[in-house]
Design a protein around this ligand. Structure first.
Ligand code: FPP
Length: 244
């Protein structure tokens, strides 16, 4: 039986930006004697539901970690399967996402993706660019360290001087330029690692780890994460408002 949801706190301030590490698809499939790709398909079904739930909760930005720079090291069948799932997802969901006001952004090395998928992703970004209800950032071929390396390379290419470089300038050269840092990062499946996700941006994010496997992370589980977030005292290295 799932745990009761705690009563809402009176000082609640919903997160503007939630990021998610959608972990546990493989184990979900193994528990059912299914191939790993069946887990990724169930995870994709769940993603549809979570996008809707976040939009309904008034979340402004949702970033999902869907394919990391390290995921290329998985068996080629799984890598190809995931690429196929992304392609199918865009084909089947783009119209509905666009209609419901979702803007799609991509973060990661699009330049190193297959030409056909790259074109599909770029088209989805282009079509939805004016939408404002929910900004969905899809981290695909994304790595936090790689993102910082790429930003530094671009700063050097631009001929920037050492004294010009500060945190704001680096942030402007990340894939997430213009997107606020995530307030809350959720990782499913019980793993407690950050796995090269939003390395720069997560400096003051609140982390929420749950044992629930991604395909089972439903609206009620999202609500629990939001309630937990509401109880956090975010100090950003300073003292809390009570002075403690
Ligand atoms: C991690 O679980 C999950 C992934 C590497 C892929 C996540 C992808 C999706 C949910 C679907 C595709 C997304 C889009 C945008 C269409 P895991 O396989 O590492 O699980 P395990 O740790 O149990 O093996």
């Amino acid at each position: 039986m799932s745990q009761p949801i705690p009563a809402k706190s009176t000082h609640e301030q919903p997160p503007v930006h939630i990021a998610m590490i959608m972990d546990g698809n493989g184990r979900w499939a193994a528990q059912r004697g299914l191939p790993r790709l069946a887990g990724h398909r169930a995870g994709t079904e769940n993603l549809r539901r979570v996008i809707k739930a976040c939009a309904n909760q008034g979340i402004q930005y949702l970033t999902i970690y869907a394919f990391s720079t390290e995921n290329w090291g998985r068996p080629s069948e799984e890598v190809e399967g995931l690429m196929h799932i992304l392609s199918e997802f865009i084909d089947s969901e783009l119209e509905e996402l666009h209609r419901s006001g979702v803007q799609i952004r991509h973060i990661g090395r699009i330049d190193r993706m297959d030409e056909k998928i790259r074109a599909k992703v770029e088209r989805a970004v282009q079509i939805t660019r004016e939408n404002q209800r929910l900004i969905l950032c899809v981290a695909w071929n994304y790595g936090g360290r790689d993102e910082i390396v790429y930003a530094v390379q671009r700063l050097i290419e631009e001929g920037r001087k050492a004294e010009e470089i500060d945190g704001d300038l680096i942030a402007q050269h990340l894939f997430t330029a213009g997107i606020p840092d995530p307030d809350l990062i959720i990782r499913t499946s019980g793993e407690m690692r950050t796995s090269n996700f939003l390395t720069w941006q997560s400096a003051y994010s609140e982390w929420y780890f749950t044992p629930i496997l991604w395909p089972d992370f439903d609206e009620q589980e999202l609500q629990k994460a939001l309630e937990d977030f509401n109880q956090r005292d975010r100090r950003f290295g300073r003292l809390s408002t009570s002075g403690c």
